[in-house]
Design a protein around this ligand. Structure first.
Ligand SMILES: *Cc1c(COP(=O)(O)O)cnc(C)c1O
Length: 402
């Protein structure tokens, strides 16, 4: 691959999108779009207009004019655009942690008599912690699998651990550390053959790799909207539940919003038949506004074009590392095969923490991940090839200065 970025930028059909993000003064290279996406410039005005014209002018009437439906209208849009999910199966609410908890808890209850939850010991901490909590609460056992740190979960690892005791398999589709992309369709099929359900964390997939949840037979999924979806810090998360599973899913946070006919204020909890049963409290309408803006942008760009650029960006990162940084002991902690790779590349190098601090002081923003990882997450809509080259050139300078 050509190490000169100019040809790649000139040939990039998504290049014009970069100018539609709010400027970031002093930032030479933003390589952390996988942790917090940049705001589209239009987001600020959209929020101001909402406060002025909707909240300010419509007041409480706004709830009857579309706000109440936001979790599902936006959920359907996200489902169609980025999840491969038909309508009536996606909501936006809560945080990823809370939605994973609600789904996992509902899943184990839907598999009575089964006692095990399969968990990846290298999964993102929140997933491991909440599954541990559910196991303790429900008298279940965690069945750990340990994956290759520079790769991730394979179908055969799952085939080895699932069986008649398995209630739930919980995995990340793209691993937060290595960027490994799991084979969702095959793993789901293996778990289904054993009678288990599968819960997928899509935090590092959504808006970066195309998903076909309906087509792959997925059961349950949740993920963040503030990473590749540019929903803003702490933006509400999304949950997917396959339509035919919904009647058997009883999530534990039984609030009024998930109840059938909530304004009847009636006694007793009687869940909505549809996907709104995953909700608990008042929809976070204001918090979801930035996502409406970035979904418009993603629709315009197209998820397949985003993935095509992402593949090329991560390939470029690997080519630069091999050519310029390998002599300093930097290795690739991510899959080299694009078929197994998500949207980021993790570099392994001794002293990674100090190097990341040095990069940040020079306006280059990746992130550090214990113990020796520098994650490079070039969000396709907001990152140029030149930016990637400039960012890694700063790392090279730091390494050559010792
Ligand atoms: C970022 C991330 C989360 C974050 O969950 P929050 O509830 O938003 O803090 C969860 N899971 C994975 C895999 C992540 O990468």
């Amino acid at each position: 691959m050509d190490l000169d970025p100019s040809g790649h930028d000139a040939a990039d059909p998504l290049a014009p999108f970069r100018d539609r993000f709010s400027p970031a003064p002093g930032v030479v290279a933003y390589l952390d779009g996988n942790s917090l996406g940049r705001p589209p410039a239009a987001t600020a005005e959209r929020i101001a207009a909402f406060v002025r014209d909707e909240w300010g002018a419509r007041l409480i009437r706004g709830w009857d004019e579309g706000w109440w439906e936001t979790p599902t209208t936006l959920g359907d849009r996200l489902g169609a655009l980025a999840l491969g999910a038909g309508p009536g199966q996606v909501v936006l609410a809560d945080s990823t942690t809370v939605l994973l908890y609600k789904l996992a808890r509902a899943a184990v209850a839907a598999r009575p008599g089964r006692t095990e939850i399969v968990v990846d010991t290298r999964d993102f901490p929140t997933d491991r912690y909440l599954l541990g909590g559910i196991a303790a609460e429900r008298g279940l056992t965690l069945r750990p699998i340990t994956t290759d740190p520079a790769a991730g979960v394979t179908p055969s690892q799952i085939a080895d651990v699932v069986g008649p005791s398995t209630a739930l398999v919980s995995l990340s589709h793209v691993a937060y550390w290595s960027g490994w992309r799991a084979d969702m369709e095959q793993i789901t099929g293996i778990a289904h053959d054993a009678g288990a359900l599968v819960l997928w964390d899509l935090s590092h997939s959504v808006g970066s790799v195309p998903l076909e949840l309906d087509g792959w037979g997925a059961d349950l999924a949740a993920g963040c909207s503030y990473k590749y979806l540019n929903g803003g810090p702490g933006a509400p998360a999304f949950a997917y539940a396959r339509r035919d599973l919904l009647p058997s899913l009883n999530q534990p946070v039984q609030g009024w919003t998930g109840r059938r006919d909530p304004f009847a204020m009636a006694p007793g909890y009687d869940p909505e038949p549809g996907v709104r049963r995953l909700l608990s409290g008042t929809p976070p309408v204001l918090g979801l506004l930035p996502l409406t803006v970035s979904l418009e942008m993603l629709a315009e760009a197209g998820v397949d074009a985003v993935r095509a650029k992402s593949e090329k960006l991560t390939e470029y990162v690997i080519a630069l590392v091999d050519a310029r940084l390998a002599p300093f002991g930097v290795t690739i902690g991510s899959p080299r095969d694009v078929a197994h790779r998500g949207g980021h590349v993790t570099l392994r190098v001794p002293g990674a923490r100090e190097l990341v601090t040095g990069m940040q002081e020079r306006g280059v923003i990746p992130d550090f991940r214990e113990p020796d990882g520098i994650r490079i997450g070039p969000a396709p809509l907001s990152t140029s090839f030149t930016e990637v080259r400039d960012g890694l050139a700063v790392l090279e300078e730091l390494l050559s200065a010792g």
